[in-house]
Design a protein around this ligand. Sequence first.
Ligand SMILES: NC(=O)c1ccc[n+]([C@@H]2O[C@H](COP(=O)([O-])OP(=O)(O)OC[C@H]3O[C@@H](n4cnc5c(N)ncnc54)[C@H](OP(=O)(O)O)[C@@H]3O)[C@@H](O)[C@H]2O)c1
Length: 340
Amino acid sequence: MSNYQNTSVVLAKRPNGEIQDGDLALKTNDVRAINDGEILIKTLWLSLDPYMRPRMNDAQGYMDPVAIDGVMVGESVGRVVESKSNKYSVGDVVTCYSGWQEYYIAPEDEPMIYKVNPDGVPLQAYLGVAGMPGRTGYCGLTHVGQPKAGETVVVAAASGPVGTVVGQTAKQLGCRAVGIAGGPEKCRYVVEELGFDDCIDYKEGDLLSKLKAACPDGIDVYFENVGGDVTKAVAQLLNKGSRAPICGYVSAYNATDMAGVETPFHIFGALEHPPEHRFFLVTEWQEQHQETTKLLADRVKSGELKYSETVAEGLENAVEAFKGMLKGKNFGKQLVHIAD
Ligand SMILES: NC(=O)c1ccc[n+]([C@@H]2O[C@H](COP(=O)([O-])OP(=O)(O)OC[C@H]3O[C@@H](n4cnc5c(N)ncnc54)[C@H](OP(=O)(O)O)[C@@H]3O)[C@@H](O)[C@H]2O)c1
């Protein structure tokens, strides 16, 4: 046994719709001693991401469901506190899929562990715009959306880490970037701070006519983050030859009957001229992980790539923060701060 006590969040019960009290539970256990070839990582920052909600369901998606009593999946930034590995030393800072817990033992050859060199970039940014969500926005837009200068790019959840990178990348490529977000404060931020050309508050109503006004030449690339009514409005303004990278559709993640959800595939498929669309996973560009991370981190460092974050303090507040994020209570990347 080591000297450490671990606290984790486990899936006690599969939620039916929105997460209820008792679906997720805190658990403590002693941390075992590490074996040769292993490292012990102390979590500093935990990332909360929308994909975690579908992983709580008993349905096979592109990844296995979390097991009952299993630690919730998730990526974190942590520090190596014990090492019996030649690859990692005590003090190394890494990103890894530790799950929602304070300590994580990993074999040194685990593929999704990456050393982080902070170098002027806040550590937690490697979970946000310079991390998985940032790579998702950047790679999904450039490889699947393939925007050209002068085209109009629309993205919802525009103030979140994926949308933030999509819009700022679109601007950099010479496009018109139009965001959709929940509430006037987020919309103002997206235009004034992030530099989008326009941002529409979908909660205010009249989305279609406002989108029409914001996209006078129609929509060439719709980066799909949310689905539902937003997609239905966007679908009416898509130009011939448009592209729609399907990244996710968070509006449906709390659905009680996923099979009954009208997905973006249904909405686009019913159009006379559907956009070129496909679902993608950020891991399609895994071999470019380091290069894309560096590109985004350099933009964070230079101040060129802007972002915001919402921080919950301690694992005991992670569940409420996660529930809030699925309803847009977060403003920017939702994180849990666990240790310094
Ligand atoms: N394919 C991949 O590899 C991959 C990887 C990472 C993320 N993703 C997907 O990318 C999307 C964005 O992720 P993120 O981490 O950047 O999330 P995020 O923006 O930090 O959080 C989710 C946001 O979704 C918005 N939202 C919630 N319910 C909505 C509804 N009914 N209609 C419209 N908007 C709604 C809320 O923003 P507002 O307040 O603005 O509504 C909320 O803040 C998600 O769909 C996620 O699953 C996919």
